[in-house]
Design a protein around this ligand. Structure first.
Ligand SMILES: [Zn+2]
Length: 473
């Protein structure tokens, strides 16, 4: 169990919570302001269309993308015109989180609907269990054609087993990142070319068959390349270039790749046959709490993600304000396309809400942070999942709690009053909530069980790449 079923009663949300994220009064903020309680009031039911219940599904994920650096979430710079336009056409999740702020674990969770401690890929370099069910695998069994194209080394099949879940899995990594000796990533251009080539081939060969296509872009992952062509639009001063400036130009660059991807895909089909998901594997800490990057901590900058689901004519534009996670994606998509999941899933379906019904009730969610990557398998402790656990956390409405394993540090924040998580409310008399302890218990127990399974050994090339990506100490 990862998600803790507390607070089954729907909560009335306080509008203050939106302010830190919707800083600028954007048009989506205006939409959100129409209905203080979120989805049910916003989304009147569009009539269900008959006979076209097998849409193609396009899932776009962007690595290390902060929600609050996108225009749709109120960012002041025009980093993301394409993403903003796309997200405005569907259900926008104002409050969404990743179960673990690390690429491999998060993407395995998104596609299987399982939290990291249950699918077992808790660190980069540790594989999922073999034989799990997943969105692409189940849909393939129901007639969907499936393909995944990844821009990040950490998602390679030999590291994750994710490729086993797709009929086609593209790993054309032709570019270096950091100071790596080997090519470890795909540029947005390459990735878009590969995905479009596959979609066009599928259309020619098997046009009537729906597809499930996942594309994972690596930009704007560190070290934040500078894309000069977007400097003027973003108001970047090249003489005083900051890391945040560079990060923002990376978002503009990936936005352009996504524009080209959408344009190409939409040429192949009618809009009402295409269900699109846009999200990120995790966010990125840009100096908050003296930390640059992601993975180690459960603070909002790296835990919070953008999330939107678009299906023209089937999902009316609107904003959802209650807590959602990447684990909700599998049950939601299964419901929307009318296919039963192969087993019980941890997340909740938003399909009813998307059709104008009730949003799922608020409940407490369990989050986890682990060390970045396993080492080369040179000693047993590298392979032990329980040794990699750094923190667990829970979010219950506005209250967030974190328990750091090393040092047994307990933190608690009121996200409405203290969105920057600067004021730890834990006092000497405080004790962790039952929800936090249950989260810790569930995760620890599962990791202990996994440690008793056989370990794997990483090959030399993989160890080299993980070092180059900054995931090995
Ligand atoms: Zn990532």
């Amino acid at each position: 169990m990862c998600e803790l079923e507390y607070n089954a009663r729907p909560r009335r949300r306080d509008d203050r919570l939106r302010k830190p994220y919707i800083r600028k009064k954007s048009w989506i903020a205006e939409i959100a302001a129409i209905a203080a309680i979120g989805v049910p009031a916003l989304l009147a039911a569009p009539p269900a269309a008959a006979g076209d219940d097998r849409p193609s599904v396009l899932v776009i994920t962007v690595d290390a993308l902060r929600a609050d650096h996108l225009g749709i979430y109120g960012y002041s710079r025009p980093t993301s015109p394409t993403i903003d336009r796309l997200m405005s056409e569907g259900l926008l999740f104002e409050r969404a989180w990743t179960p673990e702020p690390l690429t491999g674990p998060a993407m395995c969770s998104m596609l299987t609907g399982m939290p990291p401690h249950l699918h077992a890929a808790t660190r980069n370099g540790l594989r999922m269990e073999a034989g799990l069910d997943s969105l692409p695998k189940t849909l393939a069994g129901k007639g969907w054609s499936t393909a995944g194209f990844i821009g990040a080394w950490t998602l390679k099949n030999n590291l994750t087993l994710l490729g086993d879940h797709f009929e086609t899995y593209g790993e054309r990594l032709r570019r270096r990142r950091w100071f790596g000796v080997l090519n470890s990533e795909a540029s947005g251009e390459d990735l878009t070319d590969d995905a479009l080539e596959w979609a066009e081939r599928h259309h020619e060969k098997d046009g009537e068959r729906p597809f499930f296509l996942w594309v994972h872009y690596i930009e704007p992952h560190a070290p934040y390349r500078f894309h000069k062509e977007y400097a003027e639009r973003l108001g970047v001063n090249e003489d005083k270039l900051t890391r945040v400036d560079r990060y923002d130009t990376e978002i503009a660059a990936v936005d352009e790749s996504i524009r080209r991807l959408l344009e190409g895909i939409k040429k192949l089909m009618a809009d009402d046959n295409l269900l699109i998901v846009f999200t990120a594997d995790h966010g990125e800490s840009l100096g908050e709490h003296n930390y640059w990057g992601h993975g180690r901590y459960l603070y909002e900058p790296s835990l919070r993600i953008p999330l939107g689901i678009v299906w023209k004519g089937r999902i009316r534009p609107g904003a959802a304000s209650s807590q959602a996670t990447l684990l909700d994606l599998a049950p939601t998509l299964f419901d929307l396309v009318g296919v039963a999941a192969a087993g019980e899933l941890a997340g909740r379906s938003w399909a009813t809400a998307a059709r104008g019904g009730e949003a799922p009730p608020e409940r407490t969610h369990c989050y986890q942070a682990h060390r970045g990557a396993v080492h080369g398998g040179t000693h047993d402790n590298d392979q032990k999942r329980s040794k990699g656990l750094l923190s667990v956390g829970v979010i219950d409405g506005d209250r967030k709690e974190i328990l750091r394993i090393i040092g047994k540090e307990h933190l608690s924040f009121d996200l409405a009053e203290d969105p920057l998580e600067l004021d730890n409310m834990v006092t000497i008399d405080s004790s962790p909530s039952d929800a936090l302890l249950e989260c810790l218990g569930s995760v620890s127990q599962a990791l202990g069980a996994l440690d008793r399974l056989a370990t794997q050994k990483l090959d030399d090339e993989t160890v080299e790449q993980l070092k180059a990506l900054g995931y090995l100490d």
